[in-house]
Design a protein around this ligand. Structure first.
Ligand code: NAP
Ligand code: MN
Length: 253
């Protein structure tokens, strides 16, 4: 087996990386790994997905959280021996949706969300679902998220938490400010068959895809939909989604 490790640059994550590399019976291959260990938080997972976006179909991500459990990070440092044993078995995986976006000459993937904003100005845009214009909006921005990204920025914007087993895409507005009659105040959740098309009135705006920020110049149309690509994660069978919601948003017992 070929593996790589991506870790957060804090003491606990660096030390777990060393322990893992001392125990694992496999070859380190940063360029073409079969298994990618992400040690840190959900943010570390976003980095791993972005780094290996071109070979996501071939890799298995093992996400270990140093600190509290996250939404992608199903395992804790104490699970290390169990993980190494599990990898030798017929393990189960979580296959998570990604978004694909296209904006002018830019295209790429996002694991959590695509967020379009007007930089320092208000974003004014028409929003289409496929060929149909569904709203005109002005405000801080428009967030389009995956089910796994629904607990990130989407949640802060008042969006719904979506079960990871549902294939869906959600649109939420950031601080919408206007009385244009076609504005919708509430999130829209669509099945994976549909595409959101944003036609900004500000041809110069900003697009964020997870941790990546792109300045768009003279862009008339931004297209976002569920990608045919997915990210594959080692599943922790003992993990209960409802419990993770509780631990994150209410607190641990
Ligand atoms: P970051 O440190 O990577 O992430 C910011 C925080 O969001 C961290 O605490 C991270 O958890 C958590 N997080 C990431 N993905 C999550 C998920 N799917 N569910 C629940 N929590 C999640 O900061 P960054 O470099 O700016 O990362 C970009 C992410 O931050 C974006 O994808 C966006 O979702 C989020 N963001 C949120 C807001 C907001 O809430 N107002 C604004 C901008 C961006 P860990 O500590 O475990 O890494
Ligand atoms: Mn966290």
């Amino acid at each position: 087996m070929r593996y790589a490790v991506l870790n957060k640059k804090n003491k606990e994550s660096i030390s777990l990386r060393e322990t893992l590399m001392g125990k694992i019976d496999a070859t380190y291959d940063e360029i073409d790994p079969e298994v990618v260990f992400s040690i840190g938080g959900d943010g570390t997972v976003l980095n791993a997905v972005s780094k290996y976006a071109h070979i996501l179909d071939r890799i298995l991500i093992v996400a270990i959280h140093t600190g509290n459990l996250g939404f992608y990070t199903e395992f804790l440092p104490k699970d290390l021996d169990d993980i190494l044993a599990l990898l030798k078995t017929d393990y189960q995986i979580n296959e998570f949706s990604l978004l694909s976006y296209k904006a002018g000459t830019y295209e790429g993937l996002a694991m959590n969300e695509v967020f379009v904003s007007g930089k320092f100005k208000m974003l004014e845009a028409d929003v289409y679902i496929d060929q149909t214009l569904v709203m005109n909006t002005r405000g801080n921005g428009i967030c389009i998220s995956t089910p796994t990204g629904s607990t990130a920025y989407n949640y802060a914007l008042g969006g719904a938490i979506i079960d990871h087993d549902i294939k869906a895409v959600q649109l939420t507005l950031a601080a919408p400010f206007d009385t244009i009659k076609h504005r919708m105040a509430y999130p829209i959740v669509l099945s994976e068959k549909h595409e959101f098309i944003i036609k900004p009135k500000n041809y110069d705006c900003e697009l964020s895809a997870d941790r990546l920020h792109i300045n768009l110049h003279n862009v008339r149309e931004i297209r976002v939909k569920i990608s045919t690509k997915t990210a594959r994660f080692l599943k922790n069978e003992h993990n209960v989604f409802a419990k993770r919601i509780k631990d994150t948003f209410i607190g641990r017992d």
